[in-house]
Unconditional design. Structure first.
Length: 257
């Protein structure tokens, strides 16, 4: 009995020790250091997401469309005979052998005049863009036996020759090329930039560099004026052409017979 009584405190101490050890283990597990993995700073790749969406929602193919450059070779039936640059720019264009006066931005016979410059024009034919340059005619043109003669009263020109030029402006622009003469921002006439040697204009005494100011007192300050005057000249008995040559005023009188 005495032995039993003496062992009771020892058992109690041992139970307390075991309990304390158990609590230590439990608290150590509860409060042990937990290592958190380092977060990556780089953004996650979107490639897997895009691939997934592309499989579910196929994207349409986008084709690169390059702007078509202006063509170097225009159709053979379209030729530029002359230009007039001003408030209303014009171009004289031959289409299928017929001369047409086309205003900038307008269209005739399937040819739309996109823009006009001094010696060239940009046109649209069949949806394609072409840049035309003024063509010079080197071939000879039959003008009759005696289109120009000199008598006591001065220069004489046959009416048939005048009708030949005024009937088809394309014929005239194969023999000369006119460009606007601008002074202080205003068109004061047209410069003969080129005159075909041996042509009617050359024989009449006109020369490269002459500035055409007026014909029969009608001033020429636009392409419209030039084309309008051509039509008036058909029934005129004589011509009085005023030009500036080397800064000096010069008159050329022509009688039409």
């Amino acid at each position: 009995m005495n032995w039993l009584l003496l062992s009771l405190p020892l058992v109690a101490s041992l139970s307390t020790l075991l309990a304390t050890a158990g609590l230590y283990v439990v608290f150590k597990e509860a409060f042990r250091e937990v290592k958190v993995p380092h977060l990556r700073r780089e953004e996650p790749s979107e490639l897997p997401i895009k691939e997934a969406f592309s499989r579910v929602f196929p994207q349409p193919k986008i084709e690169e469309v390059s702007s078509r450059p202006e063509g170097n070779t225009a159709p053979e039936n379209v030729k530029l005979l002359g230009t007039a640059v001003g408030i209303k720019s014009l171009a004289l264009i031959e289409v299928d052998g017929k001369s047409l006066i086309i205003e900038e931005g307008k269209e005739k016979k399937g040819v739309r005049l996109k823009s006009v410059s001094r010696n060239s024009a940009t046109v649209v034919v069949g949806g394609r863009v072409f840049r035309l340059k003024v063509e010079r005619q080197r071939g000879s043109i039959s003008v009759g036996t005696h289109p120009v003669s000199y008598g006591d009263s001065g220069l004489r020109i046959s009416r048939r020759e005048i009708e030949r030029i005024t009937k088809d402006p394309g014929v005239m622009f194969r023999e000369i090329r006119l460009v606007p003469y601008v002074k202080n921002g205003r068109t004061e006439g047209f410069i003969f930039e080129w005159i075909k040697p041996g042509s009617l204009f050359y024989k009449a005494g006109l020369r490269k560099g002459d500035i055409l100011v007026s014909i029969n007192n009608m001033t020429i300050k636009s392409g419209e004026d030039a084309f309008r005057i051509l039509q008036v000249l058909r029934n005129e008995p004589s011509l009085r052409v005023v030009v500036l040559r080397g800064g000096q005023r010069k008159e050329i009188n022509v009688r039409i017979e």
